[in-house]
Design a binder for this molecule. Structure first.
Ligand SMILES: Nc1nc2c(ncn2[C@@H]2O[C@H](COP(=O)(O)OP(=O)(O)OP(=O)(O)O)[C@@H](O)[C@H]2O)c(=O)[nH]1
Ligand SMILES: [Mg+2]
Length: 572
């Protein structure tokens, strides 16, 4: 017996046998259904007093039989072929309906999620008869034919509109009229239209088309939640993806298996299908099991915030040390997530979270990965030792050191460039800098002479910096803990500047060695209003205010640095 899906309780074995026999039926390739096949389906359905769904491929073979509505018998996303946006799944569903008129909203939604070729609804008369010598007739009162239609005009600006699946449902027609329809003509015409729309939209295959999902839990304030989503959108953008839409759900507690509730998962799947999204990004860390469950139900690759950050790091890493640390972070993140994901990953293609040195390692054995991690750890240790020898040499020469720290995109590199004419890459991007750069800087002393110090610019921080990154970048972060003092650069023009300060302080507080004293420098004051300036001055009376890009306030900054160093290196 083949598997019969759906609600089988209470069915007699003779009924199950009838359902099973449907698997042996074959339809002509150019017919949606034949009259005989539809009557037979309707006869069984009438007998068991429940809907029956049959799924048929383009060769006319029955590939799935289920009892219940199209929604209850639908094919799981992971079992569906994925041909991309320009195509349909190559499978149609014929279902019987005991009451009601046309197809229900939920049946149509199921059609859209599975990208079915068509959905055929057979309304039952409630009676009928078996013809002598086999063959049922009279069970079908009328029929409906529904299919998807391409969404036109999904332009950039429109992409944030609610996703509305587009389908069309025929007026009721007789079974005879339905069986005369040319099925091949219908799907070929439809696919040609989908293909045209797909090309018109100029979809770039290397470009992730992402849906963001935010889960608002009780411990979050509205503002925090929205700031988090805004930042996530910037991260996806920096990683090279396009955000098509952001979906939100409020939940007192996360759903243990899928984070969001069942209805939301369906909505995400439908939206992904409708908008042609190939990536779902959650605003929090997901467990390996949650990622698997979500991918199976949505049929699109699912990543969490950490994976997006790791992907940016992988794209940015230039130096050997940078690449080494990124690879280590990626492997440490991936190791617990390996089981079962390999298959899903290869089905769902590349993009955010699949790039970088860690990528090819995914297929190899766990143990090989563990060995590789151990080797990378060793190399990071050597890197750490090398950096520490360099610092020791400086300390012998009595050169005080300052590390520039701050939230990513605060203007740290711009400031070091302005102070020392260094040529560090700066950009309005998150994590523009990964590798530390150290430059000499001459500043006054508190006594009025001059002195030389070294200033190091390094990787920026972010709210909830992934622990695997913290560990892998320990050699880089040691530049921070080993410096005599810190210059904490804050982007005062950013609406979330206060929470960014808190995040930076939190990360500094979690470092294995307590960092030195810090001077806060509020940057980008050219883009700040008077009220914000007043609040910052009141909350941080010792801070300096600068505009690194216009080199404003740097004289004051040099003097305050002198005081800071005088305090930091004074014999205690
Ligand atoms: N309006 C304004 N923009 C600035 C100022 N300083 C820097 N920027 C801009 O802010 C953006 C980020 O500057 P970066 O120096 O790359 O920032 P960062 O802190 O090094 O960032 P990461 O290395 O990515 O962590 C760039 O587009 C700069 O041009 C400023 O004083 N005013
Ligand atoms: Mg930088």
């Amino acid at each position: 017996m083949e598997t019969i899906y759906g609600q089988l309780q209470g069915l007699k074995s003779s009924q199950l046998k009838q359902l099973d026999r449907l698997y042996h039926q074959k339809l002509p390739v150019d017919a949606i259904t034949t009259s005989e096949f539809a009557q037979r389906l309707a006869a069984i359905s009438t007998e068991i007093k429940d809907s029956v769904c049959v799924y048929i491929n383009r060769r006319g073979q029955v590939i799935r039989v289920g009892v219940g509505s199209p929604r209850q018998t639908q094919i799981p996303a992971m079992e569906l072929p994925r041909y991309g946006e320009g195509r349909l799944s190559g499978i149609r569903c014929i279902t019987t309906q005991l009451k009601g008129e046309g197809p229900s909203e939920s049946s149509l939604t199921a059609m859209a999620i599975q990208r079915l070729d068509a959905l055929v609804v057979l309304n039952l008369t409630g009676e009928g008869f078996e013809r002598r010598g086999g063959g049922a007739t009279g069970y079908v009162s009328q029929t409906y034919l529904a299919h998807l239609i391409p969404q036109t005009g999904m332009e950039e600006g429109q992409s944030n509109n609610e996703a509305i699946a587009s389908w069309t449902v025929s007026p009721p027609m007789s079974l005879d009229a339905l069986s005369l329809q040319d099925f091949l003509e219908l799907v070929e015409g439809l696919e040609a239209e989908f293909q045209r729309e797909f090309i018109a939209r100029d979809v770039d295959a290397d470009h992730d088309r992402a849906l963001l999902v935010g889960v608002m839990t009780n411990n979050l304030k509205d503002e925090q939640f929205e700031d988090g989503l805004t930042e996530l959108a910037r991260l996806v953008d920096t990683a090279g993806g396009t955000v098509l839409q952001t979906m939100r759900q409020k939940r007192p507690r996360l759903h243990p298996q899928t984070v969001v509730g069942k209805g939301k998962v369906e909505e995400i799947a439908l939206t992904a299908q409708t908008l042609g999204s190939n990536l779902i990004v959650f605003d929090r860390e997901l467990s390996p099991a949650q990622v698997r469950n979500l991918e199976v139900q949505i049929g699109v690759r699912v990543v969490d915030r950490t994976e997006v950050i790791l992907d940016i790091f992988a794209q940015r890493a230039q130096s050997g040390a940078g690449k080494l640390q990124v690879e280590l972070a990626q492997l440490e993140y991936m190791l617990p997530r390996l089981t079962g994901r390999g298959q899903a990953m290869s089905r769902l293609g590349g993009g955010i979270g699949t790039r970088g040195p860690g990528e090819t390692k995914l297929e190899t054995e766990r143990r090989a990965i563990q060995r590789r991690i151990a080797r990378l750890q060793q190399e990071v240790n050597e890197l750490q030792a090398h950096r520490s020898r360099m610092r020791l040499r400086r300390q012998h020469q009595d050169v005080p050191s300052v590390a520039i720290v701050g939230y990513t995109n605060a203007g740290k590199s711009t400031l070091l460039n302005a102070l020392t004419n260094a040529e560090i890459y700066t950009a309005d991007q998150l994590f523009a800098t990964l590798d530390p750069t150290t430059r000499r800087l001459v500043i006054p002393t508190v006594m009025g002479d001059t002195q030389t110090i070294v200033v190091t610019d390094t990787v920026g921080f972010i709210h909830e910096l992934p622990p695997s990154l913290m560990d892998a970048f320990r050699a880089t972060l040691e530049e921070v803990t080993e410096a005599d003092a810190l210059l904490h650069v804050v982007d005062l023009s950013h609406p979330a500047w206060q929470s960014q300060i808190r995040s930076v302080m939190k990360i500094l507080g979690e470092m294995p060695v307590t960092p030195g004293p810090a001077l806060v420098a509020f940057n980008k004051i050219d883009a700040v209003d008077g009220d914000t300036l007043a609040i910052a001055k009141e909350e941080f009376p010792l801070a300096v205010f600068i505009c690194a890009s216009e080199r404003l306030g740097l004289e004051t900054l040099r003097h305050r640095l002198a005081q800071l160093i005088d305090y930091a290196v004074a014999p205690q």
